[in-house]
Design a protein around this ligand. Sequence first.
Ligand code: SF4
Length: 479
Amino acid sequence: MQATWSTSLLRRLRALELDTRPVHPETRAALNQRWADLPDVVKTPSQALGQHAVGCEGTHGVFPRCNLACTPCYHSRDANRVRIDGEHTRREVEQQMALMRTVRGPKAHAQLIGGEVTLLPAQDHAATLQVMRDAGREPMSMTHGDFDYDYLRDLALGADGRRRFDRLSFAGHFDMMMFGRRGIERPADEASLHPYRRRFTEMFARLRRETGVRSFLAHNMTVTPTNLDQIASVVRECRDYGFGLFSFQPAAFVGDDRRWHEGYRQHTDDDVWAQVEAGIGTRLPYAAIQIGDERCNRTTYGFLVGPDYFPVLDDEDPADVRTRDAFIRYLGGVSFSGTPPLALAVKVLRVAVVHPQVVLEAARWLARTARTVGVRRLARHRSVRPLTFVMHSFMDAADVKPAWELMQRGETATDPAVRATQERLQACSYAMAHPETGELVPSCVQHGILDPAENVELRRLLPLTVTRRDPSTAGTARA
Ligand code: SF4
């Protein structure tokens, strides 16, 4: 009896030690593997992949259908001929996340993405989020935002009226190239979508008031020559709506080529970023923390104090660069989101006990930042609101195909342009899982190469049962 009791206690203590260990050993192994697999060109001190994070994940082939029509659309032309099926979604997501869990370790961010996630019945949507959580994933549902509060409530609460989740993460995709939104079938410009952006965030504010379920909201926007010069006004107007992240995706020639209408390559990533900076009113340093390849991703973490935005790290300030280096050295791999607050506090405490210099570095950063923000400004506004800016530049399918084919044969391209594409694919920060082969593939490969055949197969597996013309088959949505 005594032996059983002490064995059980020992087991619990071991579990507690593991739960509060700064970095789980499987995460450490996944990070090391990620670093080893990165091309040399991105192995810089600022690189987050392999030093702090394993990368973001997304689902595929689970609900490809959508009821808006976008130009451009990243999904293949068969996507809208596949029936939404909750059981299929849950089963496939479970298998994909299980592979992610094996390769990428016990914690990661994953997007529940396909066509339009809210075409899934709320019960199935909720069950799928739970499947992702059970696999250690912090899920984010990707939507066009054209759904009602009742759906959100049904997602957040079970049939017994109790909360299924404490917190939901959603990314709402809003831009003027999306057609068929209720109330605004063909937006004249980005400004005309502001009431819809606001409506989206207000639904989540209401959810919090009425149920206590918190949320993290991202705003996604595809950029083409048509709306490039409207980015600044979107940022200016919507920064206080309640979004915690603004992500801009310069359009690429991917997916359904019937929906490619413009010269997407007329502007550069710098043009897009300059617009975002104009909107928030300050330089957005993105070289302090690099996620994958700079040709794919730019990220600035920061916060708002009243009307002013402050980046957390300035890549041109040697003191901030030193803080970044200390963060990666001592706290790299610690999962800050998705870890319960108490467990996170113990993890950080364990780091601080072994490396007390981390406390000194944090204090220095805090003092510097307080000086920059100014005590008066802080006292006047009394709130600090985190806000992140991201740009994700997908590649054209025509560029990805030859690079990927060579990579599949284990060959490195001699052509510099193809080689550059290979480097980006190797450093990809947004992967999708294929349990049937055990492979993780970059989202560019998924959408540019694999989606068409996958959706033809899904059409056979999940045929549409409607015989009359369904207006919702007019188009498909983007990631
Ligand atoms: S999905 Fe494509 S653009 Fe995005 S990080 Fe991966 S390779 Fe780069």
